[in-house]
Design a protein around this ligand. Structure first.
Ligand code: UN1
Length: 543
């Protein structure tokens, strides 16, 4: 049952914090009263503005967090740099061993695979409390961090360079990866733990120090993770600033992005802010990884197994209340199966009820912020005013207790035209709205799939190999993630994760992503008794 908190005054935060919240905070060693320090660079501190963590389910203020002052930010960057200077000399497999311990520290907080309903899924519960996603997804997010740590432990013994054949006798060329420097991770509210995990794991394996600026609306998740990571670093005699934390707002983000002491900025967020981040980092010749908007489509062919496609599309569109970068926002149905598919999909939508995301069995939690309701309502208004048919949903839940949180109805709409140039197809609305169009030929659907600015994830439902070949080939989907009989969301960590076009071309997590977190040197070594020039150039002076 949701409890609607009384107005929380600063002085009596302790007394009024709900049991629902205080149990989770206490289990992770987070204070339930007073202000919490939001800066860690070897020491916990924070004397900047106070930021509020607000529960999206109940509207309750969970904590007041002290962000970094400008001087503290400067100091944290300097400490992180010093930590890098130390850490780069620690052998990579030893760095891997630290990651293994971090993995163990996290796994104790996410044992869902082995012991259901165990209190060790506290970190997952905190994600649910602060971000609003349902508990199984909160715990799954911690699992994603655990998985990437496993991956990076192995990587710490496999970050190989290459030996290249030289055209000159007695010469060898080595391509050598070395640690890069300070990596800033600017993460978003929707994956407040896992996306940091992707970056931290690769960055640490590569010998860098990280500076994490999480979303200002999910500071508690960041503080809880940093407590786990820093205790392991300190226990191993490493500088804590190998994994620094800065809670802050826009100005803090700008200062980090502009800082010449930050070699790589890994940013997850909107296309609008990503464009500014990209340009700013490029203007100082820094490195950048961008994970921006997704506007992902699923295409269902007549030969698809609908009993597989339906629940996957349902999860892709409604899971996380439509707040994954990979959420399914566009659904292209072949004319022959469209009526049946839509009827069955609507039945699934009708079965979904909003609820406390902490309670097992709830499938629909709130949107993360109140502002997101406005974005949702604006998109619904646009659909209605432009002649779309709303098949289901379209409203906010306004009855108690849901009026205290940010609950909206998952929505299916058929826009008037499938023209991808229209605003509704072009724009990523970060809410559970699924726009549907009907096609006759796969080529037409692929054209629509590719006809938007974004290019993160895409999914084709078919049993026909010819369709598969087309879809993953040169004239197929132009997204970074191109799935077959798998939904658009819920990628594993093993492959590189990221999108093309206005999604920013960034790649994180698995695959070759680690190669961005190192500086590469091409080293030509001459072990002969002569010093010939390449390409046979003769530069001998005659005296
Ligand atoms: C995001 O939404 O920013 O593929 C990341 C997925 C998750 C990660 C999403 N593994 O849906």
């Amino acid at each position: 049952m949701l409890t609607r908190p009384a107005l929380v005054s600063k002085r009596c935060l302790t007394r009024l914090l709900s049991t629902r919240a205080s149990n989770i905070l206490t289990s992770l060693g987070l204070p339930t009263s007073g202000e919490i320090s939001g800066v860690y660079d070897g020491q916990w501190k924070g004397s900047g503005d106070v930021m509020h963590s607000v529960c999206p389910t109940t509207g309750e203020t969970l904590a007041r967090v002290r962000s970094a002052s400008p001087a503290e930010l400067e100091e944290a960057i300097a400490r992180t740099r010093e930590a890098y200077m130390y850490f780069r000399n620690v052998p990579a497999p030893r760095r891997g061993e630290i990651l293994r311990q971090i993995r163990e520290g996290l796994a104790q907080k996410a044992r869902w695979l082995f012991v259901l309903n165990d209190d060790r899924d506290d970190l997952g519960a905190l994600i649910t409390l602060e971000m609003g996603k349902i508990r199984t997804e909160g715990v799954g997010e911690v699992q994603e961090f655990v998985d990437i740590c496993d991956y990076a432990v192995g990587l710490s013994r496999m970050m190989n360079g290459r030996i290249v054949a030289s055209e000159r006798p007695g010469h060898s060329i080595y391509e050598v990866p070395n640690p890069l420097g300070v990596v800033a991770v600017l993460s978003a509210f929707n994956f407040p733990v896992a996306v940091y995990g992707w970056n931290l794991a690769l960055s640490l394996a590569a010998g860098n120090a990280t500076l994490w600026k999480p979303s200002p609306t999910t500071p508690l998740c960041a503080i809880a993770v940093t407590k786990i990571v820093s205790s392991i670093l300190e226990r191993n005699g490493m500088p804590g600033a190998v994994a620094s934390l800065i809670i802050g707002g826009k100005k803090t983000g700008e200062a980090i992005v502009e800082s010449k002491d930050v070699e790589l900025v890994s940013f997850t967020g909107s296309e609008h802010v990503g464009r500014i981040v990209g340009q700013t980092v490029a203007s100082r010749f820094g490195k950048v990884i961008l994970e921006l908007g997704g506007n992902n489509a699923s295409i269902v062919m007549p030969d698809a197994d609908l009993s597989l496609a339906l629940p996957s599309v349902f999860f892709g569109a409604v899971g996380t209340a439509g707040q994954r970068c990979t959420s399914t926002r566009r659904l292209y149905l072949h004319r022959s199966i469209a009526p049946e598919f839509l009827e069955r999909l609507q039945k699934l939508y009708r079965s979904i009820k909003p609820g406390d995301p902490l309670i097992d069995g709830t499938l629909l939690g709130p949107l993360h912020t109140h502002a997101a309701i406005e974005t949702y309502s604006k998109a619904v208004d646009y659909l209605q005013n432009s002649g779309a048919e709303i098949l289901t949903g379209g409203s906010q839940y306004t009855e108690a207790p849901f009026d205290a949180g940010n609950f909206v109805q998952p929505t299916i709409a058929i826009p008037k035209s499938p023209n991808t140039k229209d605003y509704i197809w072009q724009t990523e609305t970060f809410a559970p709205i699924l726009n549907v169009a009907i096609f006759d030929h796969l080529e037409e659907a692929i054209g629509w799939n590719n006809g938007v600015p974004q290019g993160l994830s895409s999914s084709l439902w078919t049993r026909d190999l010819k369709n598969l070949g087309k879809w993953i080939g040169p004239a197929g989907s132009d997204a970074g993630i191109v799935n077959v009989n798998v939904g658009t969301s819920g990628a594993e960590i093993g492959a590189a994760f990221g999108g093309n076009k206005s999604t920013g071309w960034g790649r994180e997590s698995g695959g070759d992503s680690w190669k961005q977190y190192v500086r590469w040197s091409a080293c030509t070594v001459n072990f002969s008794d002569e010093a010939p020039l390449a390409q046979g150039v003769n530069f001998t002076a005659t005296d």
